[in-house]
Design a protein around this ligand. Structure first.
Ligand code: GLU
Length: 419
């Protein structure tokens, strides 16, 4: 399904260029934001359990620091590459801008399959990688967080490595940490929770009650599984979900807690079974006849090979970049309403922001506070994007970029180009 020549950074550039032109900016106003500010590539040697030395390829890319410190997750996946990390970093810049939190954008990644590494190998890899990117990260410079293939435990190792090298505890260097070392209660669920709020918001705008909809979720990692669980709790019928091994579907609705328990025990969906449940491929999942489709896996999933077969009326992008740029006009023509990634999945970085604010002030907020502030920010950003899209008669993606690009360009213009 994936095209080897696909470069997600080209996707970002096209969307940004389009928004900048609609905003009436001159090329010199936005030339600089077309390039990542800083890129670091590292070769990370690890002595493996069998005594061999494996050198892993790692990256940290800072796309922009115009609106604040660079911010974004670290991905552990075999498909990580420089153009992907660049695109993910740029999406962070525009995501932070659309929800109006004072950050730029960054992303990191290591080419590896974390499921094939022992815990000790993972720990050593993370610590060595942190040491190698240490010169460019820090609470006032660049703050990593979890992404695909990483989790709170790994963030804890990053916090400890950075702190050991500084000689004192620096919780604000990374977000998504375990709660006992300064993590924000609710951060782990925040991206999925934000996707749930956004899904309800877009349905409400079209007069659709969440209790009446059928939903398919591609990807049952942190974001997909929490989204599916929360939407099921809201009364939606989750008729299909998938992971790397494929999907499961049931027209009467899947038992999401049972599926999450199955996955938590270390098994894949291919071995899940229950009465009325069929096994399908990931591609079939995307083409299910549902009202809401939530891609919550990787980039480039809805592309020219399958866009014409998408039957959902609403697409809520929980993943970063799941739809290729040339699909947008096709979906629009089909009447599909798409809520873009930089808005839909911003809940994670919003609660990361709460975590960082608490860390640098040595404060602690509770889950209730974090969840209600998250809702406030997600609802406000949704309203702003929805309103501009209606006023200008453009898609929600274009609307989101009109807001985000304007905020980034205006910040850049206010600061000027140094010297
Ligand atoms: N990796 C997440 C994202 O793509 C979260 C980033 C963060 O919390 O900094 O938005």
């Amino acid at each position: 399904m994936s095209d080897p020549n696909y470069n997600p950074y080209d996707n970002v550039l096209q969307v940004v260029e389009n928004a900048a032109q609609l905003l009436g900016y001159k090329p010199q106003d936005y030339e600089a934001i077309k390039y990542p500010e800083r890129e670091l590539q590292v070769s990370v040697p690890v002595t493996m359990a069998d005594g061999t030395v494996h050198v892993f390829e790692g990256y940290r890319v800072q796309h922009s620091t115009s609106r604040g410190p660079a911010k974004g997750g670290i991905r552990y996946h075999w498909n990580v590459n420089k153009n992907e990390v660049r695109a993910l970093a740029a999406w962070m810049t525009f995501k932070c801008a659309v929800v109006n939190i004072p950050y730029g954008g960054a992303k990191g990644g290591i080419v590896c399959d974390p499921t094939k590494l022992s815990k000790e190998e993972l720990r050593v890899l993370t610590r060595r990688f942190t040491a190698m990117i240490l010169p460019i990260i820090g609470p006032e410079k660049d703050i990593p967080a979890p992404d695909v293939g990483t989790n709170p435990e790994i963030m804890g190792w990053i916090m400890d490595t950075y702190s050991m090298m500084k000689g004192y505890a620096v919780p604000g260097v990374v977000t998504g940490k375990p709660v006992q070392i300064g993590g924000a209660p609710g951060r782990n669920e925040a991206t999925g929770r934000g996707v749930m709020f956004t899904t309800k918001n877009i349905l409400a705008k079209h007069g659709v009650d969440v209790k009446t909809v059928t939903v398919a979720v591609q990807g049952m990692g942190n974001v997909g599984s929490i989204t599916a669980k929360l939407l099921a709790e809201e009364g939606a019928t989750i008729v299909g979900v998938s992971d790397v091994s494929g999907g499961v579907a049931c027209k009467d609705g899947l038992d999401i807690p049972a599926i999450i328990a199955h996955l938590k025990s270390g098994k894949l969906l291919e071995s899940y079974g229950a009465p009325g449940v069929d096994h399908i491929t990931n591609d079939e999942l995307l083409k299910l006849d549902v009202q809401v489709l939530i891609p919550a896996a990787l980039e480039n999933q809805i592309n020219m090979s399958n866009v014409n077969d998408i039957k959902a009326k609403f697409i809520v992008e929980a993943a970063n970049g799941p739809t290729t740029v040339e699909c947008d006009p096709i979906l629009e023509k089909k009447g599909v309403i798409l809520v873009p990634d930089i808005l839909a999945n911003a809940g994670g970085v919003v609660v990361s922001y709460f975590e960082w604010v608490q860390n640098i002030q040595s404060m602690a907020w509770d889950m209730e506070h974090n969840n209600s502030k998250l809702k406030e920010i997600m609802d406000r950003a949704f309203e702003e994007v929805f309103t501009i899209a209606q006023d200008k008669n453009v898609s929600l993606r274009t609307g989101a970029y009109l807001i985000a690009v304007k905020r980034v360009v205006e910040a850049k213009k206010s600061r000027g180009i140094w010297p």
